[in-house]
Design a protein around this ligand. Structure first.
Ligand code: ZN
Ligand code: ZN
Ligand code: FE
Length: 785
């Protein structure tokens, strides 16, 4: 009996290109004996199938449920069409429709299947540094334009050999239409440069020879520049103090911690305490750097992360990384180093280097040896940084863990966020530090990878380039610009100039409003929903021209009311005080009418003359901007009790203050709050007293944290009562402080608040661009009505 044949046209949107989606559809169609075709187009994947009703139904249902692991489907549109008499099922050439766009997959760490081949001496890709398949490998960093097809990637210059072409064209092969497909015969290759005096067989191009030479250099304490997926790393043996010290000096990086790479979980467990969530995170396809607590017995040198009890650790994520930990005794008679520093290839705060020639110039004075390859990196992308947070409340049992991202880049970018509204086309240019940009279109927000601190000229250039790349990739022509309120941010100036030159409107969004809008958008909060927003960070330009940073807002996307803030205190010397917490501490004491007693650590660092000068500066208000910053309060307390008087990188004092907290201490200090301000005088006075009677600083630090948590709970309860709002939103760099975040989460969740905090986007200024875009959309829509 012959069944009636029907037809369906199906459009799938989301991350469906470069993730093995067409082969999946091909095989699914074969399974149900359907005829027709599948192709990539500029909005996703398009399918037409003919078959009987039951098969068509099963086929359509399975598209979503059986999709390949890396696919992220946003939308499936199905419409009936007349059957076309197809006799086969085919994969057709991609078509590009002007102005359409499709989300791009992030770069994904090498998969298990590929690793098996990598480790199989009989496989033709044995130890090949660039093997990949439809489920893994480079994506975002090699793409030049959409649709994602080989000619539009940086693989365009490599002509497939016959074997690779056969795999590429074989629908049942796991490399069917894997765009970066490659093998030792036809794909990218590695080589070394530098260290000429030591290498004798410079003509030897075998992988074993090259890698064993690099390993020998590691053993000798050399610094190696290694070209990776999204840029260069600078690497050295993390157990060699001399090597780590040399890297610090040459990189001009005083104390900011270096990331590490270890070959496997067992090695990580040997050196760090890890939970099951950490384990999953370390081994996830995204392979971020995970912040872990260091074990006391570890032989990793202290200079890797001075003053910190944590280490940033990642596992290998490309075949080349696996090679670094593979032994080649036949060449060098030694085993590989087990723990490598793997820090981004740059000097100080410059952006990561990603081109070969550029690397040889910029890293010439840092690296002894260069491990190069010839697959171009089209879009640079740093490693992401993540950590797990414990949510421990009376309601969640057993302990729940969740992941937060402090730097969102490789593995995560450019996965778009689904917005709970249809957005205008907006370019939001972010803040000044830890800059990211965000572009919106339809229901998508595309937030860029971490760009860096814009004061640096090279970083500013990469800011411009990223904007250009995202606009081109997603066919976005911004009709509206969004930026910070701070007139001197380079991002603000860019947005205002661009708005002027193109005749487009620009909306300036207050920094802390943007923070709160960002965490709202990330959590899918709908327009017109008010929240109690806790925005705590180091610095943000306030509506009144003061430096804000300890703000409690009743906020919606459209606007906000500043209902509470930390009581203002002066910052003698502005930026100079930020680098010298002792000045902030003295200013706080002065403001609260507390004497500068000679026994206090913040007083001890100055001679009588300096103290006089600072006092006169405060009294006469010479360059003493006012701040309500929570970050600065943490600095001041760290200085007051002798933790740190000078900082070498952002938030260093606060990080060290958190690190010394006595976890057992539950007590708090007294505090007051008036109608609008949280008053710190009592707490500061008590801290000084505690310090002077010799209370352990670990207890003072803990009591200070507990106090902040208690104050905020009280304020939120008060506002919740007044406004009838039960949603609390936490955002701003201060929430990178895990003790504070965990403490507040459990306080609020125990009392049935709906708590919003950042998990997919950074809580620091890396999340600000998303919030700017959300606010700008709603304010502009409001003004149209
Ligand atoms: Zn693979
Ligand atoms: Zn090949
Ligand atoms: Fe901020």
């Amino acid at each position: 009996m012959s069944k009636i044949i029907y037809g369906l046209r199906i459009q799938v949107r989301g991350i469906v290109q470069g993730v093995g989606f067409r082969p999946f559809i091909y095989n699914l169609a074969l399974e149900y004996n359907l005829k027709g075709w599948v192709k990539n187009n500029s909005t996703g994947v398009e399918i037409e199938v003919n078959g009987d009703q039951a098969s068509l139904n099963s086929f359509a249902r399975n598209i979503e449920t059986k999709a390949p692991p890396l696919a992220k489907i946003n939308h499936i549109h199905i419409e009936p069409v007349s059957p076309n008499g197809y006799t086969t099922f085919e994969i057709l050439t991609s078509t590009s429709n002007e102005g359409e766009f499709v989300p791009v997959s992030p770069d994904i760490s090498v998969c298990e299947d590929c690793l098996k081949e990598f480790n199989d001496p009989l496989d033709r890709r044995y130890h090949y540094p660039f093997l990949n398949c439809t489920n893994c490998g480079p994506r975002f960093t090699i793409i030049k334009d959409i649709p994602y097809d080989r000619p539009l990637t940086s693989m365009a210059g490599f002509k497939m050999c016959q074997d690779c072409a056969a795999e590429y064209n074989d629908p049942v092969n796991r490399r069917f239409h894997a765009q970066p497909i490659a093998c030792p015969d036809c794909g990218p290759r590695i080589w070394i440069e530098g260290a000429k005096s030591r290498s004798t067989h410079t003509t030897n191009t075998s992988t074993g020879y090259i890698i064993s030479t690099v390993q020998k250099e590691f053993r000798l304490g050399s610094i190696i520049a290694i070209k990776g997926l999204g840029g260069f790393h600078l690497a050295c043996d993390a157990t060699n103090p001399q090597a780590v010290q040399t890297l610090r000096l040459r990189k001009k990086r005083d104390e900011k911690p270096f990331a590490l790479m270890m070959p496997d979980l067992d090695t990580v467990i040997e050196h760090c305490y890890i939970t099951d969530t950490d384990k999953n995170l370390l081994g996830s396809p995204e392979k971020p750097i995970v912040i872990l607590r260091k074990r006391p017995g570890s032989n990793i040198v202290a200079e890797v992360a001075p003053g910190q009890e944590t280490l940033g650790v990642m596992l290998p994520y490309t075949p080349l990384h696996y090679l670094l930990f593979t032994d080649f005794p036949e060449f060098n008679g030694m085993t590989s180093c087990r723990i490598l520093v793997m820090t981004s290839g740059n000097i100080s705060d410059e952006p990561i280097t990603y081109e070969n020639q550029e690397a040889k110039e910029r890293l010439a004075d840092i690296a002894d040896v260069f491990l190069m390859h010839d697959r171009p990196i089209h879009i640079k992308c740093d490693d992401s940084v993540a950590r797990t947070v414990r949510i421990n409340t009376s309601k969640t049992s057993p302990t729940d863990n969740t992941v937060v991202l402090t730097r969102r880049a490789r593995g995560y970018t450019p996965v778009p966020l689904d917005l709970p509204w249809v957005s205008r086309q907006i370019l939001a240019v972010g803040a000044e530090l830890k800059n990211t940009v965000c572009l919106t279109r339809n229901e998508f927000a595309f937030t860029s990878q971490f760009i860096g601190d814009l004061q640096n000229y090279e970083t500013y250039e990469s800011f411009l380039k990223t904007i250009d790349q995202f606009e081109k990739l997603y066919r976005i022509n911004p009709e509206l610009l969004a930026c910070d309120l701070h007139p001197d941010y380079l991002s603000t100036r860019y947005a205002i100039e661009r708005a002027e030159s193109t005749g487009r409107p620009v909306i300036q969004v207050q920094h802390h409003h943007a923070h709160i809008a960002s965490v709202m958008a990330e959590n899918g909060i709908r327009p017109d929903t008010p929240v109690i927003g806790l925005a705590f960070d180091g610095t943000g330009y306030g509506d009144d021209g003061n430096i804000w940073g300890g703000e409690i807002l009743i906020a919606r996307y459209q606007g906000y009311l500043r209902s509470f803030h930390l009581d203002y205190f002066p910052l003698p010397g502005g930026d100079y005080a930020i680098k010298n917490p002792s000045r902030t501490a003295l200013a706080l004491l002065w403001k609260e009418g507390i004497d500068w007693l000679p026994d206090l650590p913040c007083t001890k660092v100055y001679c009588a003359e300096d103290l006089m000068q600072i006092k006169s500066q405060l009294v006469h208000q010479i360059n003493t901007p006012l701040t309500s910053s929570m970050g600065r309060l943490f600095d001041a307390i760290a200085s007051l009790i002798g933790v740190r008087q000078k900082v070498n990188y952002e938030a260093q004092a606060a990080i060290e203050l958190e690190a010394i907290c006595d976890p057992i201490e539950k007590a708090t200090y007294e505090f007051e709050f008036t109608n609008e301000t949280i008053n710190l005088a009592l707490m500061v006075k008590n801290i000084v007293e505690d310090y002077l009677i010799g209370a352990p600083v670990s207890r003072i630090a803990a009591k200070f944290h507990n106090t902040i948590i208690r104050v905020l709970s009280h304020v939120v309860d008060k506002l919740a009562g007044e406004y009838g709002i039960k949603t609390v939103a936490l955002s701003g760099g201060v929430f990178q402080n895990i003790k504070l975040l965990e403490g507040l989460l459990s306080e609020f969740q125990d009392r049935d608040y709906n708590v919003l905090f950042h998990q997919k986007f950074p809580t620091n200024d890396g999340g600000v661009s998303l919030g700017q875009a959300a606010v700008a959309h709603h304010q502009s829509v409001g003004s149209l009505e």
